[in-house]
Each structure stands twice: as structure tokens, then as C-alpha cells.
Design a protein. Sequence first.
Length: 108
Amino acid sequence: MKKLLLSFLLCAAAVGLAGCDDDMPTSGHLTVSFSSPKIPEAVSIKTAENGTLYETKVQGYKAEFELLPGNYRIVPSGFFGEHWCQVIAGKTTVMGFDSGGNSISYIK
């Protein structure tokens, strides 16, 4: 009976490990870039629940973040309003601000 139980547990563990994919991305990349004459000092990344996750200084017209998949609010300091974007696992989300407004693109 112990051999049967041990065999079952080993088979279950093997099936469980075979289903894991180590190459599956678990996070996405967010790049916030600015090309307008007005560049903010910092960018805040907030969750839908209003919690601030990150706040970083803008360097060289952009700020970059590594985030879990989900919906986030982008709040550049000195800019009016909030801007929403979605981060997708394994992809780069680029949120660009220029004199005409903002744009979002998703890059593989």
C-alpha cells in the first residue's frame, strides 16, 4: 500500500512540475516618455485603489518601471489629471506624452 501511495505522489509531483513553464513572463515593463517642452520632475505609479506603488524622478525624458500585470494610473508631477494604462506580462507598455496629449502603445 505504501508503494502505491508513494508511486501516486511521485506521479502527481511529476505532472505538477511538467506543467510549470519557467520561461513564462510574470511581469511587464512600463516606459513613460515625454517629448513636450514641459518635462515633469517625477512620475507616480498608482493602483486602481489609489495606492502609490512607485515614485521616481524623470531622467532623460523618460521613466521606466517593472510591474506585475494590471491597470495602473500614471500621475506625472505638474501635469493635470491622471492617465490610465494596462501592463501586460512579457510586453512593454509605452506611454508617451507630447504637446498634443498622450498615447499608449504595446510592444512585444
